[in-house]
Design a protein around this ligand. Structure first.
Ligand SMILES: O=C(O)CCC(=O)C(=O)O
Length: 290
């Protein structure tokens, strides 16, 4: 998933629920981890087939920009991708978590065409869970080998500890100094097709332009932590800083709802925290707190 925002500090960081404690520790330390086992080539092909099938229906975009399938306007096709990823990857990933904790809820795809304007700027993912209670993680799985030349992901280790837990999707959660720092200091994660990167949605990440002549597609697997509702953080009319409105919306909105200008039920408003862009002071304290 993609976009941004920033906020009031969360008090302490919860932990993830992998059976393998070394993955929980790596996520706590760095904000990302590569899983020891890859998906089979048959599963990678099936995921690629699912995505291509939908692309054939919506038509190819020739703008050259980075494209998240969450922005596809045909909501039925978005739901098809969401459900397809869930049915293919749920049986594979659910058993990696302790019983009754984290499960696969759905998924989407991101495509980076071979084009100069395909870079994705440093960002944190929008907050879709209460991050004061649970870590929000997703899986990023390239369907072709992913390396610096075709715009693999770069991540800034330790930046997930900034504790800016409220990040509306339409507002940049990082100030420009933090973004510039992230562009210089983030580390590339080069992966073979089917390798699985777990990302804490709060870790700063970006991807440079794809300078190869082949499209780089990745599947994103959305996970739901235990006893968590999916939320939507509405910014204060797009202001850089302000008071957010947090609504419990449930997974259906992310599966097939209008994410650009959602109609939100006032009865589902759960809190109204402050948000603001993270500064270098926030980042420095995050990087120094182990
Ligand atoms: O796939 C990429 O290049 C970037 C993906 C990403 O940052 C996101 O979806 O939040």
């Amino acid at each position: 998933m993609s976009q941004q925002g920033s906020s009031e500090a969360c008090e302490s960081r919860p932990r993830t629920h992998f059976v393998d404690e070394s993955i929980n520790q790596e996520l706590a330390d760095h904000g990302f981890a590569v899983l020891p086992n890859s998906l089979s080539s048959a599963t990678v092909e099936a995921l690629a087939g699912l995505y291509q099938g939908v692309l054939e229906q919506v038509g190819r975009d020739s703008s050259g920009v980075f494209l998240p399938s969450m922005m596809i306007s045909r909501l039925d096709l978005r739901a098809q991708l969401w459900d397809g990823v869930r049915s293919m990857l749920g049986p594979h990933f659910d058993p990696l978590f302790k019983p009754n904790t984290t499960t696969v809820v759905g998924g989407s795809f991101v495509s980076k065409p071979g084009a100069q304007n395909s870079a994705r700027n440093p960002h944190q993912d929008p907050s879709v869970f209460d991050e004061t209670r649970e870590v929000s993680i997703s899986l990023w799985i390239p369907l072709t080998d992913s390396h610096s030349a075709n715009g693999t992901l770069y991540l800034l280790p330790g930046s997930h500890r900034m504790r800016n837990c409220v990040r509306p999707p339409d507002v940049d959660s990082l100030d420009s100094e933090v973004s510039t720092y992230a562009l210089k200091k983030s580390v590339p994660v080069e992966l073979s097709a089917g390798q699985v990167l777990v990302i804490d949605g709060a870790v700063i990440h970006h991807s440079p332009a794809n300078t190869s002549n082949a499209e780089r597609v990745a599947a994103i697997c959305a996970l739901i932590p235990p006893d968590c509702e999916m939320r939507y953080a509405r910014s204060q009319n797009g202001a850089v800083a302000g008071t957010a409105q947090i609504y419990n919306v449930g997974p259906e909105m992310y599966r097939s709802g209008n994410l650009m200008s959602p109609e939100l039920d006032p009865d589902c408003l759960v809190e109204t925290p402050l948000y603001r862009p993270a500064s270098m002071a926030d980042l420095e304290s995050s990087l120094s707190s182990e």
